[in-house]
Design a protein around this ligand. Sequence first.
Ligand SMILES: [Cu+2]
Length: 425
Amino acid sequence: MLVHVPGPWSPFLGRLALKQIPYQNPILVGTFLLMATFGVALIAAMSYRRAWGYLWREWITTVDHKRIGVMYCAVGLLMFLRGFIDAVMMRTQQMMAVGPKSPGFLGALHGYLPPYHFGQIYSAHGTIMILFAITPILVGLMNIVVPLQVGARDMAYPYLNAISFWLTAAAVALVMVSLFVGDFSHAGWVGLIPLTELAYSPGVGVDYWIWAVQIGSIGTTLASINIIVTIIKMRAPGMRWTRLPIFCWTALSTSVVGLSSFPVLTAALALLSLDRYVGTHFFTGGLGGNLMLYTDLFWIWGHPEVYYVVLPAFGIMSEIIPTFSEKPLFGYITMAAASVAIAGISWSVWLHHFFTMGAGPGVNAFFSVASMLVGIPTGVKVFNWAFTLYKGRIRFDVPMLWALAALALLLIGGAYGHDAGHAVY
Ligand SMILES: [Cu+2]
């Protein structure tokens, strides 16, 4: 475990000191050596192929929506790998640690990860998978597809699009740096309050988490603005709302959700930063602070974020199922309306993430009923997909198999009482 004693402050490095580098942890040192070797090899290969100029001109400085989309997907996939490794580490730890059925691994009663390290992996896994894997992959896909589907040359604001991507990339870089300098938050991906307060987490981990999430969510807010304006203003002549491709309907709904919810997260994290850096008491227990205020603000973003990641996925299904059934989509209007309805209802359900926190029976009842309501537009979608399949000439190609599996998963998840989005939470 790293011991956090604030060291002397210097103008250039701040409080950064050698002891922030976890050289006593063999897992992190091993990971660092592996990544450093890979990095050096990559730099050498790039130099040998004289690819730096090409990389700079064609990718790093590009404002082309397809290239930015590809880079979003690449970053998302890379972080998906990182999140996957985190998951494997958590599961192997649970396998090896002592429990009712396991006597402990090779005499090590508590597995191979110290609790503090496990907490970081657990928090990094959640943060990465939701904010830096699924979200960038879907934003990347919308970037590639939306301008093509509405018949625009590019996004409405190509330069802003590049800024959105590089903000996300910077946030990802912060998360990766936290592996080797200092540490990452151990307070879960939701930033459990009051664990994220300075008194309980005096180290730099929570600060890494705040800054990474803050920068990344500003990038996603800007991306949402871009997609909304592109769909509203850049449609080809003659493309009325009833002719908008169905994926664009979900992209539009999801971006409205993103634009209206990410700023709440930005505000919540800004208040948390004030608590940590300035000594305010927005979320601390005493001195007038309120723990539930943070939880409310976080989930006012957190729940709509569920739909931010599931609506474009619904859009993908709505494109694949008609294509591989060789029939037009059944119930286009209701499908578009269902996307908008899901986006709307996503606003009134956030409290179902903390029913036991003591909001009172009336409030809990309201949020239970509102949560059930999401089932109606989602059910409309499932029936529309089913009727699209009905009497279609179905081709079981790979995309169709994935779409059908997603449909099955949606039904099973619904039967168990989880709505589509919460299956991934
Ligand atoms: Cu929820």
